[in-house]
Design a protein around this ligand. Sequence first.
Ligand SMILES: [Zn+2]
Length: 87
Amino acid sequence: MSGCRDVGMILPEGQLKCVCRSRDQFDGSVALEYRDRHLVRVSIDPQRWTLVYRCPGTGMIWILDYPESSSHGGGNPRLRQLTQMDG
Ligand SMILES: [Zn+2]
């Protein structure tokens, strides 16, 4: 079920305010910044270069990928919210 992570009301220094309920996509450097400063990594798909993250506050799942990455290391990062499948 849920992990042991402390979900406090006070954000640590440098963390971003949670906007997971009002945004469902970030592109470019904003995607990486939001990921770095807010989200918790869940898993990695090394074959598709897809990374899965979770919001520590809301539990919402985010997918980071590089849709334009035809070449190694290329492409703009894109962070999309995964619609939760309930039931
Ligand atoms: Zn959030």
